[in-house]
Write a protein that binds this ligand. Structure first.
Ligand SMILES: NC(=O)c1ccc[n+]([C@@H]2O[C@H](COP(=O)([O-])OP(=O)(O)OC[C@H]3O[C@@H](n4cnc5c(N)ncnc54)[C@H](O)[C@@H]3O)[C@@H](O)[C@H]2O)c1
Length: 309
């Protein structure tokens, strides 16, 4: 297949590009390198350094003639979306609409969209949260992801565009950006490896659904053929506390200090994790990497990185 991956220089997108190329697909990347890195992009993928909002995106669609658009480019910082919701919406809503219009004009068969099960359900009253949980985002970032899903279903109804919206838990692993939704793992790993102070905000008992990036990549490979016109959680159905992450990473890295606790941050969710039966039924997807293995692989990745002060 011919596939365009937006955000393919970023953490999750670049891991997906690697897997698509290994599976024999032809891949082009659109990324403005605002947080992504050129060095993350597979040498066999063609990189277009472009903003998804720019009219030049059309040239990429005309030249590449993709069968599938995999959309991972985004403003990913939840706190930034609170400070500047208009900017968040420009990238995450208007930028996405620009891409969807190109999909219709250039007859793209399918769109795979990185949505967020961690952000769109708010503080779910029933856990694990399944796909019927009311959509109740608590930050503009989540509101934009909800909008993205609705634009997809609307374009599907209007033009027959096929899509899969993958509602991710908190994704972690090699190449992880510390500003993303599972940034805590990158931050803890790097701090412990440098023997710096590790900060925990609040009690550390807040629960999140941490999913290893390799499992997320598999969901994106399966979605090339399956999950048509579905919104599907990609989670482990298990909540892990920040204190548990701290203890496991302490064991893995050999860090000797205790965590330092700070007041809870405004707007932080208490508990969320995602049911994954639909992923199993629709995609044949189940997570394969447990939290201990995933943390070991992530810490190993950061251990191999050049040391910065
Ligand atoms: N990391 C998580 O836990 C998580 C959870 C749920 C959803 N997601 C979603 O997955 C996607 C990828 O996230 P990530 O964690 O890999 O983040 P990332 O920052 O590593 O990747 C995002 C990429 O998009 C690029 N980008 C940003 N704005 C752009 C623009 N205007 N035009 C072109 N490129 C642009 C960045 O340079 C970067 O390479 C995002 O859509 C994010 O919202 C991530």
């Amino acid at each position: 297949m011919r596939i365009v991956v937006t955000g393919g220089a970023g953490f999750i997108g670049s891991n997906i590009v690697d897997a698509y190329i290994e599976a024999g697909h032809d891949v082009a990347v659109i990324d403005n390198l605002s947080s992504g890195k050129e060095s993350n992009v597979h040498p066999k993928a063609r990189l277009y350094k472009l903003d998804i909002r720019s009219p030049e995106v059309e040239l990429v669609f005309a030249k590449e003639k993709p069968d599938v658009l995999n959309h991972h480019a985004a403003q990913i910082d939840v706190r930034k979306s609170v400070v500047d919701p208009a900017y968040d919406a420009q990238v995450n809503i208007v930028g996405m609409i620009n891409l969807l219009q190109m999909c219709i004009k250039h007859e793209v068969r399918k769109v795979i969209f990185a949505s967020s099960g961690g952000a769109i359900y708010g503080d779910p009253s029933v856990l694990p949260a399944d796909e019927n949980t009311p959509l109740d985002p608590l930050a503009p970032y989540g509101a934009a992801k909800v909008a993205g899903e609705y634009y997809l279903s609307c374009f599907s109804a209007l033009y027959g565009l096929n899509y899969t919206a993958l509602r991710y838990g908190n994704i972690y692993g090699p190449r992880q950006d510390p500003h993303g939704e599972a940034g805590v793992i990158a931050i803890f790993s790097q701090a412990m490896l440098k023997d710096h102070e590790v900060k925990i905000f609040g009690t550390g008992e807040q629960l999140r659904d941490y999913v290893f990036v390799g499992d997320v990549v598999r969901a994106n490979v399966l979605s090339l053929e399956k999950g048509n016109n579905r919104r599907i959680n990609i989670g482990t159905a298990t909540g892990t506390s920040v204190n548990e992450l701290f203890d496991r990473l302490k064991g893995i890295t050999g860090y000797a200090k205790d965590a330092v606790y700070y007041p809870v941050r405004h707007g932080e969710l208490e508990r969320t994790y995602l049911a994954n039966e639909k992923a199993k039924d629709e995609l044949g997807w189940v997570p394969q990497v447990d939290i201990q293995q995933g943390l070991e692989r992530t810490a190993e990745f950061f251990r191999q990185q050049p040391v910065k002060a």
